[in-house]
Ligand binder design. Sequence first.
Ligand code: HEC
Length: 243
Amino acid sequence: MLRRIPILTKVTAVVIGVYILIRFVIHPPLPFSLVLMYMTLTVIGVLVYVSIYDDVWRDFVTPIAEFFRGATGKGLVWSAARGVVLVGIPFLVGYGFYQKVMPSLDPPAEQRVVHPAPPFEVTGLNNPLRHQPDKYQDYLRLGAKVYFQNCVFCHGDRFDGEGEFAHGFNLPPANFMDPGTIAQLQESFVFWRVSTGGPGLPAESKPWNSAMPRWQERLSETERWAVIMFLYEQTGSKPRTWH
Ligand code: HEC
């Protein structure tokens, strides 16, 4: 009984059956590359099976050859079916290839951590300048000088991240007026960011490169604490504390 089923039908049923099994039955779902690999192996196995005996092979290829030769049937439906196969398969292959090589304009799907955890040494640092109330105004003046000599080009003279150079950068310079930046950060964190800049950011804050310079190479510690104090003063915000 089973022998009377044409070999081509049997083989097709096996391939479809295997596909359904690994695509829909197995859980959790397999990645596409694995499905592709198993299907390739299945097709190779089936081809080995049908090509062992000459008569089986003939039974296998004859209906395919007849289909393309037009011997299977006449009429519009059969011609249309041939057309679909002959045009459709090259089209699908070409379309798949096109999809693969076409450059994508979508940004990478990675999420960027804007405020990553700072290194351990930084947490809990206090701004030493705040313990010298009599010199507060001097330090603010120093901070203003540092800001307008170094930071204003990117962070802007209104502290809104709209400096002269700002539009040349992606990531944009931080907007200190925004409650999402220094107002919600501890001073130690800001000190760390000013000191080590974009290069100091950990991997979870990539893949975009930050243009924020490493100020520890240019500014003394006092200058860095002073400019931070100046920023809080000018934006009317207070550093976050644990109290
Ligand atoms: C070349 C442009 C540039 C200059 C100059 C610059 N910055 Fe930045 N800064 C950036 C960019 C871009 C970011 C946002 C990306 C990031 O967080 O690294 C940033 C982020 C920051 C942040 C982090 C804010 C947050 O919410 O995490 C601080 C603080 C900061 N800058 C302070 C300064 C100070 C102080 C100076 C001057 C001493 C300065 N920047 C000079 C480009 C600049």
